[in-house]
Design a protein around this ligand. Structure first.
Ligand code: AMP
Ligand code: GLY
Length: 430
């Protein structure tokens, strides 16, 4: 089988690596890919948001399956365009991808389908937004409606800060993404991510993961795209997982299908485990990054049959068979540590040389996924992004997985990089 994978981050490197290991797969073409993916399959220099270029590339390489990694092409409708051309695609339609691309859309769907989430209001004008804030309690949660590279959520401690934020957002702080604003109730609890792979009707659930969004140890400092992750996350007990399925995933999938927007692909359910049970923080229309790296590394079975049936339909009733092929029961505790360029999530330099990736990969249980690397003249591996490497490791226990991942980090020579030293702390604290 011939796969075309869209994207260039650590998430896509992990997907390429996992899919290429399947006996069903002959080649994984990547667009645009990265130096790590280059070692897995041929990379083509077409950007993940260049819809016309990607359609042309698909017509050229004639894949049996297209897998879309990031949200940007999904929001642009790449799945619909490729499906109209006869390709099988893993990734939701433009309509269904609004669950991520528009927070107002997503909240309205949750309310319509009775899915537990924070109470909210939706605003395009400052007056009503500020009147709504006065009725809420601190801290105040303000969200840009549209895609803002993970930066569109502001948590304000005081009413004055929240009111100032309303003015900034509505006057274009996040461009057109914040022309509409969602203000919601603050939820207390512990966050986790649940991933559902679905053809719109049937659903297979992967082990719950936990991401570390803040830049600093102890979950301090500004928010990032994610500084590390691990799975399984013990905060999602069997009972919580059952509630996520019954109270969140199933009503969403049913509702979306009934309303003519069946959701196909990977659905990321960001939850807050509150004293009343799991509530939705957000949906994403794709795998999480770096959660995907953890899941692909920890799964010992084959994921390609599941991805294929999610794209083509017919999963309902056969979920158990696909769980067996995935070897879901044998999932290995896994952690991923993000190595980022010093300065991230603020400004950072590009072009510093990275050494020791091969040495890290040679350590027991370790796989290094590339997220923001490049090859400079002289075949040197250099940094070209904020989040640069994802040092990922499995072990018999989460403790061993974390120790192995940090042994991998310590084998890498990159003085211009940094990482958190406490990935997995919530699960390891007892
Ligand atoms: P989002 O992009 O919607 O996931 O929001 C980014 C982060 O802000 C989340 O991962 C949470 O840590 C936090 N957050 C968002 N919404 C809420 C909420 N209603 N209550 C508490 N924290 C929230
Ligand atoms: N790790 C968070 C995200 O992918 O949105």
């Amino acid at each position: 089988m011939n796969i075309l994978l869209i994207g260039s981050g650590g998430r896509e490197h992990a997907l390429a690596w996992k899919m290429a290991a399947s006996p069903l797969v002959d080649v994984v073409h990547c667009a645009p890919g990265n130096p790590g993916m280059d070692a897995v399959g041929p990379c083509f220099d077409v950007a993940a948001d260049d819809v016309d270029g990607l359609v042309k590339l698909a017509l050229q390489v004639e894949p049996d399956l297209v897998v879309i990694g990031p949200e940007a092409p999904l929001a642009l409708g790449l799945s619909d365009i490729l499906r109209a051309r006869g390709f099988d695609v893993f990734g939701p339609s433009k309509a269904a991808a609004q669950l991520e691309a528009s927070k107002a859309f997503s909240k309205a769907r949750m309310v319509k389908y009775g899915v537990p989430t924070a109470a909210y209001g939706e605003f395009t004008e400052a007056g009503p937004a500020k009147a709504f804030l006065k009725k809420m309690q601190a801290p105040y949660v303000l969200k840009a409606d549209g895609l803002a590279a993970g930066k569109g959520v502001v948590i304000a401690e005081t009413l004055a800060e929240a009111e100032a934020e309303v003015d900034e957002m509505l006057s274009g702080k996040f461009g057109s993404a914040s022309a509409t604003l969602v203000i919601e109730e603050f939820m207390h609890g512990e966050e986790a991510s649940v991933f559902v792979i679905t053809d719109g009707v049937g659903a297979v659930y992967l082990p719950a993961a936990q991401d570390h969004k803040r830049v600093g140890d102890g979950d301090t400092g500004p928010n990032t795209g994610g500084m590390g992750a691990y799975a399984p996350a013990p905060v999602v007990s069997t009972e919580i997982m059952e509630r996520v399925k019954r109270e969140i995933a199933q009503p969403m999938l049913k509702g979306m299908a009934k309303d003519g927007m069946p959701y196909q692909g990977a659905l990321y359910i960001g939850i807050m485990v509150t004293p009343e049970g799991p509530k939705v923080v957000e949906f994403n229309a794709r795998f999480g990054d770096p959660e995907c790296q953890v899941l692909m590394k920890g799964l010992t079975g084959d994921i390609v049959p599941l991805i294929l049936i999610a794209a083509t339909g017919g999963l309902k009733g056969s979920e158990k068979d696909f769980e067996r092929l995935l070897e879901l029961e044998a999932f290995r505790p896994t952690a991923s540590v993000v190595m980022a360029a010093k300065g991230y999530p603020g400004s950072y330099d590009k072009g510093s040389v990275i050494e020791g990736v091969d040495a890290a990969n040679a350590l027991p249980g370790v796989t290094v996924f590339h997220a923001g690397t490049d090859i400079a003249p002289g075949h040197k591996l250099v940094a070209k992004g904020g989040r640069v490497l994802n040092v990922t490791a499995s072990g018999a226990t989460l403790k061993e997985a974390v120790e192995r991942a940090y042994a991998g980090v310590d084998a890498i020579g990159w003085p211009e990089g940094f990482c958190r030293r406490d990935i997995g702390w919530r699960a390891l604290k007892d």
